[in-house]
Design a protein around this ligand. Structure first.
Ligand SMILES: Nc1ncnc2c1ncn2[C@@H]1O[C@H](COP(=O)(O)OP(=O)(O)OP(=O)(O)O)[C@@H](O)[C@H]1O
Length: 346
């Protein structure tokens, strides 16, 4: 994005209060044209409020919403040019598929021929060619989701907003659809702001992930950045990383209850909190590393998560290749890889 192009969405110090509590607390968020941004965070962190505020369903107490550089803070939802695919916006059961997809076009006063052509094009795009005449009651959950998506995309919204887009579908279908969605948005050049509970979904769909905490943005970055370098203990634990320990860094080593942990050259010196990503905990014979006892093994598909109890300090999780995971009760040693050690903020 160059400096001269306004971001497609620019949220400036957006604040929403419910009583004394700020559900959105001076949030700044920019989304570039064609970018796919997924908002993640625990329940109650303000994800839906953020989406509703951008859509115009939730007035701001202060701050501004700009779309393509124009202030839309006071603009009602149907004039914002945003497409919504929300959980509570179900399909119209009394209308057929075509009638559902054409809804936004009709509201905009599009001519009948234009509606027909656009509906045909959209159904083709979402993989339901020729489904115009079908009753929505006869569709599977995944097909309904596709129709809802076609309906949201039909008026060519500048920004498409998705709230738990694949929420009710089973895992294998979600995993397939998320790949299709990403391809589709890329092909159409759609700008997307989505909220999801499902980390896997967010990381697979997004160009950028935004993690929220208590109405604020805790971290924003590419899926790889956030996954590899969680900024804070909050983000690390939210992503399921629990190997967090107090440390004092001197040179390229950190003193911890787990013994010396190597850190990358140039690491901030002094007291710190460290995350050792499980991929950076390697098992060696007991005499060669930090002595630990294996307390559990959990199959994770591509690896086994092995939990270790050292003599002191919190439990440690190690990521082991499938065939190398030791039995529960085994005495083992653990060594740490500096490039998987993350210095946390705060
Ligand atoms: N209409 C409302 N009236 C009062 N409080 C509200 C209202 N809507 C949301 N809140 C509060 O604002 C905070 C943020 O809610 P929000 O629904 O945005 O969170 P969320 O991250 O989307 O949660 P979830 O993942 O559970 O949907 C919560 O504490 C919630 O209780």
């Amino acid at each position: 994005m160059t400096e001269t192009v306004a971001p497609l969405l620019d949220l400036e110090a957006a604040t929403v209060r419910f009583g004394a509590r700020a559900a959105l607390d001076a949030v700044d968020l920019r989304v570039a044209a064609r970018e796919i941004v997924c908002v993640l965070g625990p329940s109650g962190s303000g994800k839906s409020t953020l989406l509703r505020a951008v859509a115009g369903l939730q007035p701001l107490d202060s701050g501004r919403v700009l779309l393509e550089g124009a202030d839309r803070t006071g603009t009602p939802v149907h004039r914002r040019g945003v497409g919504l695919m929300f959980q509570d916006h179900q399909l119209f059961p009394q209308r057929d598929v075509g009638g559902n997809v054409a809804f936004g076009l009709r509201m905009r006063g599009a001519r009948r021929a234009e509606q027909t052509a656009r509906v045909e094009e959209l159904l083709e795009l979402v993989g339901l060619p020729g489904a115009q005449g079908r009753s929505v009651a006869t569709l599977s959950g995944g097909e309904q989701q596709r129709v809802a998506l076609a309906r949201a995309l039909a008026p060519r919204p500048a920004l498409l907003m998705l709230d738990e887009p694949l929420g009710q579908l089973d895992r294998s279908l979600r995993e397939r659809l998320v790949v299709e969605l990403r391809q589709l948005f890329g092909q159409l050049g759609t700008t997307v702001l989505a909220v999801t509970h499902d980390q896997g979904e967010a990381f697979a769909l997004a160009d950028r992930v935004v993690v929220m905490r208590d109405g604020r943005i805790a971290q924003s970055g590419t899926p790889l950045e956030v996954w590899q370098r969680p900024a804070s203990e909050f983000v690390a634990r939210f992503l399921g990383f629990d190997n967090v320990v107090e440390a004092t860094i001197t040179g390229e080593a950190a003193d911890t209850v787990w013994g010396k942990v190597p850190v990358v050259p140039g690491a901030r010196q002094g007291p710190a909190r460290l995350l050792v990503r499980p991929a950076g905990v390697r098992l060696v014979p007991a005499a060669e590393g930090l002595p630990c006892t294996v307390v559990s093994r959990t199959f994770r598909g591509h690896h086994v998560a092995v939990r270790l109890r050292p003599a002191e300090g919190p439990l440690l999780e190690a990521e082991c290749p499938l065939r190398e995971a030791p039995e529960v009760g085994t005495e083992t040693g653990a060594v740490f890889a500096a490039d998987e050690v993350v210095l946390l903020e705060g």
